[in-house]
Design a protein around this ligand. Structure first.
Ligand code: FMN
Length: 219
């Protein structure tokens, strides 16, 4: 499946079935995590079959149900944007394996997660993973004109990049980011809001996929 389709199909899912993650999917996710960690210097970890972080004892915790797998998004401090940029690569990798997800900064049991932190590292947030009871639903979205300087006649790659960014998950669906174009280069800015720097990393990754450009597009 191509990446445009994956971005369209991904929605946050908070209710999961009991089905454990398939072994081959876990293996592929692990390989992707190792590659991402090597590239980024982050310390992202996959935890499987562990109900405590979303308290399986209670039917619902933080509006989640049946979540037993998650990514711990950890690394050195000051890497909020990288957490978003690289985490979203894993979210879309999971989606390609039929695994649903939800970024979770607040509504999980922070004292119950299972992870290893090296000295100086911190846990930023987690990403819930599993086979959803549903595939989720598209979020309400701002318009291209609301989040960029896009105007009629601009290059198609620019429009496609912004459209892909608008499909990205952002904290409380705030979509507080803004793109401006200078020729072949683009500036992406985070607005004010909770986790806006992490959101920015996520939307920059979507922009790259949608526009067909790589990281050299950023100014
Ligand atoms: C950085 C970040 C933090 C988030 N934290 C939470 C959270 O604590 N609890 C939750 O239920 N959803 C959380 N979300 C999911 C957003 O609410 C969701 O992505 C947004 O509403 C857009 O919906 P979509 O992901 O289905 O496109 C978070 C998303 C991001 C990107």
């Amino acid at each position: 499946m191509d990446t445009a389709e994956l971005m369209k199909q991904r929605h946050s899912v908070r209710q999961f079935t009991d089905r454990p993650l398939e072994e081959s999917a876990v293996q592929q996710l692990q390989e992707a995590i190792t590659a991402v960690n090597q590239k980024s210097g982050l310390h992202i970890q996959l935890v499987t079959d562990e109900p405590e972080a979303f308290q399986a004892g209670k039917a619902h915790y933080g509006s989640f149900k049946g979540c037993r797998n998650y990514l711990v998004m950890a690394g050195p401090p000051g890497r909020d944007e990288a957490i978003g940029y690289y985490g979203e690569q894993l979210v879309l990798k999971a989606q390609s394996l039929g695994i649903n997800s939800c970024w979770v900064a607040l509504t999980y049991k922070k004292s119950r997660t299972r992870e290893e932190l090296k000295p100086g590292e911190k846990r930023y947030m987690v990403i819930a993973l599993g086979y959803g009871e549903t595939q989720g639903t598209p979020h309400k979205s701002r318009r291209i004109e609301d989040v960029s300087d896009w105007k009629e006649g601009d290059p198609e790659w620019y429009r496609k990049g912004i459209e892909a960014a608008l499909l990205a998950p952002t904290a409380v669906n705030q979509q507080k980011f803004h793109f401006t174009r200078q020729g072949e280069q683009v500036t992406a800015r985070a607005g004010l809001g909770f986790y806006a720097a992490t959101d920015l990393g996520i939307v920059k990754y979507h922009f790259e996929l949608g526009s067909g450009k790589d990281h050299t597009v950023w100014r």
